[in-house]
Write a protein that binds this ligand. Structure first.
Ligand code: NAD
Length: 356
């Protein structure tokens, strides 16, 4: 018998190709008629398309979303939403755009419809990270959980292969840590295995044939599955390390996840053998007798993804401070958190060493 506790989160998911066309009926379905569309400067065209599609159901577009959800950007967007009398938010973009919608929802309780265009998975979680005066803090609140997610595969066709790889590995990281989470449960285990398998098998096809709609669809489905794992159970060492490296050393989000994941897995492997077997099976490396950590490392390598913190711009002299921060505040993790071992992990990730 395996006893467990599972907290299901509310939310409506509309998945398909061309599903953005359902945006007006989804806005009406939640009883709204004055949507503020959010996006980044880079995706202004997508934001304007959504506004045109909504017609009279839209009151404006803000393309102010940016990395790390800075509080000053959020405050300006809240002012705009209030001035325009917005009664809901429509976010089109990656985790940064979803972050802006969540930050506005936290302050106003406006309902959110999120249209994700990367595999980051923020749309499925009640978690929000915000930055003020250089500090990133994270909190959990059902207020920030989007009411509706519209996954439209066609909107991911423009995601460049480089970002496909790092964003895909970012998603896999959620499922990996869900499998050895202290809150793990059979429902989320199944989603995690399915998510890893879908993403790991679709990334090579997307990189070689970027217009392959079936592979793009599998990757987006996998992102939803992995994101659901992130929203449902607590994460561990890998996410804490990436949070430290992103927050204190300004390293880029999905690239950092990509470099760190094989090393965090190797660190935890002796204490999480069942999870590692599941991951190896999902990656299809179990029959070759390879470890799950090596399977991920070789997948990233074969796709031309980043393998070292050095290539992301981290300085070697910052590794000690990163190890101090990572070992400083305790959190649940399968393997004990020991400062010297964490320093070695970071050193290996910095150099891009092949995990054993
Ligand atoms: P991002 O949202 O910053 O996107 C990166 C860039 O790619 C942006 O310029 C964006 O406009 C562009 N882009 C996005 N989709 C595109 C597409 N289909 N075609 C072309 N360009 C596209 O990056 P991300 O990795 O999606 O999100 C990272 C952020 O999300 C981080 O701040 C992270 O902390 C946050 N996040 C939060 C949670 C959570 O649960 N709160 C979960 C995951 C990530």
């Amino acid at each position: 018998m395996r006893p467990f506790v599972y907290n299901a989160l509310p939310g409506r998911v509309v998945f398909g190709n061309g599903t953005l066309s359902k945006l007006p009926e989804e806005v009406k379905r939640i009883g709204c008629s004055k949507a503020l569309v959010l996006t980044t400067p880079q995706q202004t065209k997508e934001g304007e398309n959504a506004r045109a599609l909504l017609g009279d159901l839209a009151v404006g577009v803000s393309n102010s979303a940016t990395m790390h959800t800075p509080v000053d950007v959020t405050e300006k967007a809240v002012e705009l939403a209030t001035k325009l009398g917005a009664d809901c938010l429509v976010a089109i973009g990656g985790g940064s755009t979803t972050g802006l919608a969540k930050a506005i929802a936290l302050r106003t309780d406006l309902p959110q419809i999120v249209v994700p265009t990367t595999y980051a998975g923020s749309e499925t979680t009640p978690i929000i990270g915000q930055t003020e005066s250089g500090y990133k803090t994270t909190q959990k609140s059902l207020k920030v959980l989007p009411e509706v997610i519209i996954y439209d595969v066609s909107l991911t066709l423009t995601l460049p292969p480089k970002l496909v790889v790092t964003s895909g590995i970012n998603a896999i990281a959620h499922a990996v840590e869900a499998l050895y989470s202290q809150d793990s449960n059979p429902m989320i285990d199944n989603l995690a295995e399915q998510g890893i398998s879908k993403i790991a098998r679709s990334l090579p096809t997307i990189v070689s044939s970027p217009d392959d709609l079936e592979a793009r669809s599998d990757a987006l489905f996998g992102a939803w599955a992995c994101g659901t794992c992130l929203g449902a159970v607590g994460m561990a060492l890998h996410h804490k390390l990436c949070h430290t490296l992103g927050g204190s050393f300004d390293l880029p989000h999905s690239e950092t996840h990509t470099v760190v994941l094989p090393h965090a897995m190797a660190y935890n492997a002796p204490y999480a053998s069942e999870a590692m077997n599941t991951i190896a099976r999902a990656l299809g490396v179990d029959k070759a007798g390879k470890s799950a950590a090596l399977g991920i490392f070789e997948l990233i390598q074969s796709l031309g993804g980043p393998l070292s913190l050095k290539e992301l711009g981290m300085r070697e002299e910052d590794l000690d401070r990163a190890a101090d921060i990572a070992a400083g505040s305790p959190y649940p993790n399968p393997a004990p958190l020991e400062r010297e071992k964490l320093r070695k992990l970071l050193g290996d990730a910095w150099a891009g060493k092949r995990p054993e």
